[in-house]
Design a protein around this ligand. Structure first.
Ligand SMILES: NC(=O)c1ccc[n+]([C@@H]2O[C@H](COP(=O)([O-])OP(=O)(O)OC[C@H]3O[C@@H](n4cnc5c(N)ncnc54)[C@H](O)[C@@H]3O)[C@@H](O)[C@H]2O)c1
Length: 293
């Protein structure tokens, strides 16, 4: 790793889509990683997925779509997988990536308050939950900052960095340095429901789901219009499948609950698909069918 950047022992809470991607990215740039999840099965799957990410990343590097890392050797050995919260005690930087439910994240913050060091910066990877509300669970709330990574983490150069009400400038600088060490940078916005990206994108995805629900067009045709008429790389329903329909629904509920504005009311089709376990890529079926391996 470039000597100008500090090595951290990064504690990542939640080993789902985002936790896996972030664990890989951190290890690729020389950080030691402790990846925690409450589910043994998720931790087992995460090992496999992270190995697959490494293969995919090598191809992307050859195509110039992702930078080379700075770690050498078998850097994935620097990731440890655990369900023991005490293992976070030695971490020097934390990123919380668990399920997009305010109650889950609040429980996690209350839990880690007595485990992690008092000066450790805590990043929150959330689509919508208030950074300020989570920060209030910790002593030194100024060290909690929103780090809204995008999916796939290792392919995206920028992170929506969310400044909570308590944040100090030094924490923002430290988080920027953490990202810079992985050849990423943060774009700082203030704490508001859905921040910028999700406030705009959720309304767009939800409207596309309404179009399918009302029979205006098929999912394939909606996406094709965005790709072929508007030059988007992906259509809104492909994006929804990539993010996870459960995550979209949970995020919409948070934004809708905060703004009480009907433009954020989740479409009934989205709710029914989540009820049916059609969560998108991660479950093998959403608006499209996927092979899970
Ligand atoms: N999926 C995306 O494209 C995307 C993009 C940006 C941000 N996010 C945000 O990142 C976070 C994680 O999203 P994801 O897509 O990885 O979700 P996911 O459903 O794939 O993974 C969430 C993980 O959290 C774990 N978990 C649940 N409760 C927990 C607890 N109490 N302690 C520890 N782990 C727990 C689950 O077992 C699961 O493995 C969410 O807040 C989401 O809004 C997601």
């Amino acid at each position: 790793m470039d000597n100008n950047f500090q090595h951290y022992h990064v504690g990542i809470i939640g080993a789902g889509i985002m936790g896996q991607g972030l664990a890989f990215q951190c290890a690729k740039f020389g950080h030691k990683v402790t990846l925690l999840d409450i589910s043994e099965q998720v931790l087992t799957d995460a090992r496999t997925k992270i190995t697959q990410l490494q293969r995919f990343d090598i191809v992307m590097q050859r195509q110039g779509k992702t930078p080379a890392g700075t770690a050498s050797g078998k850097f994935l050995d620097n990731i440890s997988f655990t369900n023991d919260w005490a293992d976070l005690g030695e971490c020097t930087f934390i990123v919380e990536n668990a399920t997009e439910l305010e109650s889950t994240k609040l429980d996690i913050f209350k839990r880690i308050s007595s485990i992690i060091g008092n000066n450790v910066v805590v990043g929150v990877n959330t689509s919508c939950v208030s950074i300020t509300k989570l920060a209030a669970c910790l002593e030194n709330p100024e060290r909690v900052i929103g780090l809204h990574f995008s999916n796939p983490v290792h392919m995206m150069p920028a992170v929506e960095m969310v400044r909570g009400l308590f944040n100090s400038d030094s924490v923002i600088q430290e988080a920027q340095q953490f990202l810079a060490g992985m050849q990423m940078h943060g774009i700082v916005v203030n704490d508001s429901p859905g921040f910028i990206s999700n406030r705009v994108m959720l309304a767009y995805i939800n409207e596309a789901i309404y179009c399918v629900h009302e029979g205006v067009a098929t999912a394939g045709d909606v996406d094709q219009i965005f790709r072929e008429c508007l030059s988007h790389t992906m259509g809104p329903l492909q994006t929804a499948d990539l993010i996870g329909l459960d995550t979209i629904l949970q995020a919409m509920n948070v934004v809708y609950g905060n703004f009480s504005d009907s433009k954020y009311r989740p479409c009934i089709l989205l709710k029914r698909m989540v009820d049916a376990g059609m969560l998108g890529r991660k479950s093998g079926k959403g608006f499209y069918n996927y092979s899970i391996n």
